[in-house]
Design a protein around this ligand. Structure first.
Ligand SMILES: Cc1ncc(COP(=O)(O)O)c(C=O)c1O
Length: 384
């Protein structure tokens, strides 16, 4: 099908790699191709570049470079964190608390941990996607070793009050892990203030390359995990294997670039989102999910009552938007996040996620609004 105009509005799924990031990476494929573990000049160059990246990332999230372990992405970091933590701490208890609206990268690991004998509490959320902090407090028992709650939701953009959560969890002597993948680069994330014990995030959400991410392990809080892979001892033995030097260099550069512009960019993006939502809300039956909650500036999740989401996306073929999270897009199951918020199957299926980013312009937004209004109007006519 010929598509005249293409607008990318799926920045929560992935982002284009910044040209400056590519420039920074190229030498590490060519003249500086060394293995960071090698003890000679090529290895030293590569090793130094990895350490620079660690510093750049540390500055973005305010943590020590030594607290960062490079992985292939947030999913691998989540596996290492959760299996590694549970294995190391199983003598202290077998209970973990998480939430129904977490990303599959966390929820699937929780199911695997359940099969290994761990007990998982899945906290409910209200219609806005928010947690009941009293319920969190009440769920912690003498067997609880870990609470795992994301900073911001990939589908709705909802931001959890992690600072308050941290107080509750630490007062009970329990450790706190967070999937900060969607928040990093979109809102300021300061780990020295949040006092998380473990955190996971990814390069490709911040205009860096795919296939590289990180696990943060809080040194001050003496968090310990058991390695899950064995080999050459890289990354303090936590993630052995030859390092993806070009990818790591790109991740570092992306972190450096994004850290200087978060505030201005979020104001620019918020303005566009406000304009878009105020227009889309005029469509009869349109509801913005998590609208009045603390939300990422770039994310809109909107339901159109009685309109099939699949048909809507097919007809909106000039817009790259998503139904629920990218990992769900091949299935027609309603989003587990929207279902947890109490939406019916039909309403959840009629929801789309629009996520704005660096290349989005006001003109794109005007076109998007026009297209959505036109297609929803057509679909409504077809229904009568
Ligand atoms: C909240 C969240 N967690 C984890 C992931 C997985 O990240 P990665 O693709 O780096 O494995 C994603 C990506 O979609 C995400 O949005």
């Amino acid at each position: 099908m010929a598509v005249k105009r293409k607008i990318y509005l799926d920045y929560n799924a992935t982002t284009p790699v910044d040209a400056r990031v590519i420039d920074a990476m190229i030498p590490y494929f060519t003249e500086k191709f060394g293995n960071a573990s090698s003890d000679h000049v090529f290895g030293w160059d590569a090793g130094e570049a990895v350490e620079t990246a660690r510093e750049q990332i540390g500055r973005l999230i305010t943590c020590k470079p030594t607290e960062i372990i490079f992985t292939s992405g947030a999913t691998e970091a989540a596996n290492l964190a959760l299996f590694g933590f549970c294995e190391r701490n199983k003598s202290k208890g077998n209970h973990i608390i998480t939430c129904r609206t977490e990303h599959k990268a966390v929820l699937d690991i929780m199911s695997a941990l359940e099969r290994k004998g761990f007990k998982i509490t899945y906290l409910d959320v209200d219609q806005t996607g928010n947690l009941d902090l009293q319920e969190l407090k009440n769920s912690i028992n003498s067997k609880t070793i870990l609470v795992c709650l994301m900073l911001s939701n990939n589908e709705t953009g909802l931001v959890h009050p992690l600072k308050k959560i941290e107080k509750i969890v630490h007062e009970k002597g329990v450790k706190l892990m967070s999937d900060i993948t969607q928040a990093v680069g979109k809102i300021p994330v300061d780990l020295s203030e949040l006092n998380l014990d473990l955190a996971i995030f990814s390069s490709h959400k911040i205009y860096g390359p795919k296939g590289v991410g990180a696990l943060y392990i809080n040194k001050k809080n003496q968090v310990e995990i058991e390695p899950q892979y064995f080999g050459g001892g890289q990354e303090k033995g936590m993630r052995p294997g030859t390092l993806n030097v070009p990818g790591i260099v790109g991740f570092g550069k992306a972190a450096e670039i994004i850290s200087s512009g978060i505030e201005n960019e979020s104001v620019r993006i918020m303005k566009m989102r406000q304009k878009m939502e105020s227009e889309l809300r005029k469509i009869t039956g349109a509801v913005v999910n998590s609208e009045y909650s603390d939300r990422l500036p770039n994310t809109t999740n909107i339901s159109f009552k009685d309109i099939g989401g699949e048909l809507l996306l097919r007809k909106l073929n000039s817009l790259a938007i998503s139904r629920g999270s990218a990992c769900n897009s091949n299935t027609v199951k309603p989003s587990h996040v929207l279902k947890a918020m109490g939406l019916s199957d039909d309403l959840a299926l009629s929801s789309i996620r629009i996520s704005l980013g660096r290349k989005t312009s006001m003109e794109d937004i005007e076109f998007t609004v026009m297209e959505i209004k036109r297609v929803v109007g057509e679909l409504k006519k077809e229904m009568v």
